[in-house]
Design a protein around this ligand. Structure first.
Ligand SMILES: *Cc1c(COP(=O)(O)O)cnc(C)c1O
Length: 346
């Protein structure tokens, strides 16, 4: 049995998604006449409450277009040290846009302290870059940002004249986790989170299970700038309705099921926490982080090759990451647990 727990990006399109792709009416999106792209953009914009959306090849390009649409050369964005759009995107905003990041350390719940955000905002003085944007991520490292925190951060940013961008690569995981806490509807929660921001980037290629694609949502004015940047970055695609149809299908059929990924992550975490030498963070969404301590840590280098030899792949070394998704079921999690137990029993 093969169980790939490295990332929720490894999902394959489901039969229903492939059918939707086959049936998609297509045009040329650079001429803005691909009906499937236009339909997806309208759908995600309506769902999240924005004037419009732009379909993007990747989440990285979506964040880049957002940051460069909000900021000019010599401007600055405040962002978390572990945020994808600071740490994991090759420094694109600085490289392509001459936009300086101002990274801040995260608290253990993934938030950035409001006082530290405020203190990082530069005065209007020729010595400093112009602080223009606050970029948050939700979920971040699998953690749901508390709604009250998101609202306070948004209020702070507005009061200081900063724009707000959300890297919502896993916005729907956040919405599912939040809906479970508050007993409300997933799409309503997604919209409630998104509405705190001026722009939101959503990935369809993570837990939603599409083969590729993200959407950047925002005002018409912001998207007009982002559209030009997307073109410069080489992201003007043609019959991209094939991919947009997969994303639309995911929004229609594969959002509610994220709750199963979260349940399986909790199940996996509970099982792993019974193994001596593993310290397991209780998961809030579809990611389980596990620290190896004591004698277990000394064997870290052997662990991943061992479990891989039994069909289970994960990532990390002293801190392991297991991600549940569309292509992992209860039997897969049970197999992963038995292989992990086998390793530590030997
Ligand atoms: C994956 C991811 C991205 C980027 O997506 P790509 O499509 O891989 O470029 C951005 N932000 C977060 C939080 C992500 O997890």
């Amino acid at each position: 049995m093969q169980v790939d727990l490295r990332s929720d990006t490894v999902t394959r399109p489901t039969p229903g998604m492939r059918e939707a792709m086959m049936a998609a009416p297509l045009g040329d999106d650079v001429y803005a006449d691909d009906p499937s792209v236009n339909a997806l953009q309208d759908k995600i914009a309506d769902l999240l409450g924005f004037e419009g959306a732009l379909f993007m090849p990747t989440g990285t390009q979506s964040n880049l277009c957002a940051i460069l649409a909000h900021c000019q050369r010599g401007d600055e964005y405040i962002v978390g040290q572990m945020a994808h759009c600071y740490r994991w995107e090759g420094g694109g905003a600085a490289v392509f846009g001459s936009v300086q990041p101002q990274p801040l350390n995260h608290q253990s719940d993934g938030t950035l302290l409001l006082e530290e955000i405020e203190a990082a905002i530069k005065p209007d003085d020729a010595h400093y870059a112009r602080t223009r944007l606050l970029a948050l991520e939700n979920t971040i490292g699998g953690k749901l940002l508390p709604m009250s925190y998101v609202q306070q951060a948004a209020e702070l940013a507005r009061s200081k004249g900063l724009a707000l961008h959300l890297d919502g690569a896993r916005l729907f995981n956040a919405a599912v986790a939040q809906a479970a806490l508050s007993g409300t509807v997933v799409f309503a929660e997604a919209r409630r989170i998104a509405q705190c921001f001026d722009s939101v980037s959503v990935c369809f290629s993570k837990g939603l299970g599409a083969p590729a694609g993200s959407a950047l949502c925002g005002s018409r004015e912001l998207l007009a700038r982002a559209h030009r940047i997307r073109k410069m970055a080489g992201g003007g695609m043609r019959q991209s309705g094939l991919l947009a149809a997969a994303a639309s299908y995911a929004l229609d059929h594969q959002v509610a099921r994220l709750a199963q990924d979260h349940a399986l992550a909790r199940h996996l975490a509970a099982g792993l926490s019974g193994i001596a030498g593993l310290v397991v963070e209780p998961p809030q969404s579809n990611m389980v982080f596990v620290d190896l301590v004591g004698p277990a840590k000394a064997r870290a280098a052997e662990l991943l090759p061992f479990i891989a030899s039994r069909g289970v792949v994960a990532s990390g070394l002293y801190r392991l990451r297991f991600v549940t998704h569309l292509d992992v079921d209860a039997a897969g999690v049970a197999h992963a647990l038995s292989v992990m137990r086998e390793f530590f029993a030997t």
